[in-house]
Design a protein around this ligand. Structure first.
Ligand SMILES: CC(C)(COP(=O)(O)OP(=O)(O)OC[C@H]1O[C@@H](n2cnc3c(N)ncnc32)[C@H](O)[C@@H]1OP(=O)(O)O)[C@@H](O)C(=O)NCCC(=O)NCCS
Length: 197
């Protein structure tokens, strides 16, 4: 069974620190903060150039950023009807926004099929450097602190990188579902964290 402990996490982080960057500080997760706004918005523009987050208006976000901070707080504390509470985390290295992780506090009928407890993305210019594996590892620590004993993580059957990230973090494939309305089948993995100390 997969064992996930604080010791293992800090060991992993010290390895990552050497492998990932020359920064003194280990990359870390934080909830969204004003101080990382410009780096976050630069990342959004990168995502947009590959067709993601095209609904976001970065100029407007720059101007009204506190509203967006409130939006993320509301998703955690006062979710809209039909949505489960979700905490947004940013992976920061030095002062640079690297990626986002969403931790759903529970599952609903949709999430249990597609989406799961944890979703993540790494900005295009920071990919293939190990940050994907790291963001999920750190997300599992957050899930553990929230009292979850196992988490569901899903990915497209064709998303080789995400499958490797999940499997390297102890994911056990339950099944691959063809979900109505989705062209690509969905892999559903469970990661056990009840052994965490
Ligand atoms: C999927 C994603 C998070 C991967 O992030 P990343 O920082 O590049 O991941 P890592 O550097 O930790 O790489 C993890 C593994 O995938 C491999 N990998 C990364 N990108 C790859 C690619 N494009 N093709 C094949 N393998 C790839 C890495 O080599 C590594 O393999 P290893 O186990 O041999 O070391 C990133 O590409 C992304 O944000 N994609 C868009 C959003 C998305 O798909 N999110 C996941 C939804 S489930």
């Amino acid at each position: 069974m997969h064992k996930f402990s604080r010791e293992r996490t800090s060991l992993a982080c010290s390895v990552w620190e050497g492998a990932l960057s020359s920064h003194f500080m280990t990359p870390f997760l934080t909830e969204p903060m004003l101080r990382y706004r410009d780096s976050f918005l630069a990342a959004i523009r990168e995502f947009q150039s590959e067709g993601r987050h095209t609904d976001l208006n970065t100029a407007e976000m720059q101007q009204y950023f506190p509203r967006y901070l409130q939006y993320w707080r509301d998703r955690k504390q006062n979710p809209a009807p039909g949505l489960v509470a979700e905490t947004t985390f940013w992976l920061i290295d030095g002062a640079t926004f690297i990626g986002r992780l969403s931790l759903r506090h529970e599952l609903n009928a949709n999430l249990i099929r597609f989406g799961g407890h944890i979703g993540y993305e790494i900005r295009p210019t920071k990919r293939q450097a190990g940050y994907g594996k790291l963001i999920l590892r750190l997300g599992l620590v957050q899930a553990q602190q929230r009292g979850l004993t196992r988490v569901l993580v899903t990915c497209d059957d064709t998303n080789v990188a995400s499958a490797r990230i999940i499997e390297s973090n102890g994911g056990i494939l339950e099944n691959t579902l063809q979900i109505e309305g989705r062209l690509i089948a969905t892999r559903r993995y469970w990661i056990a964290i009840q052994d965490a100390g």
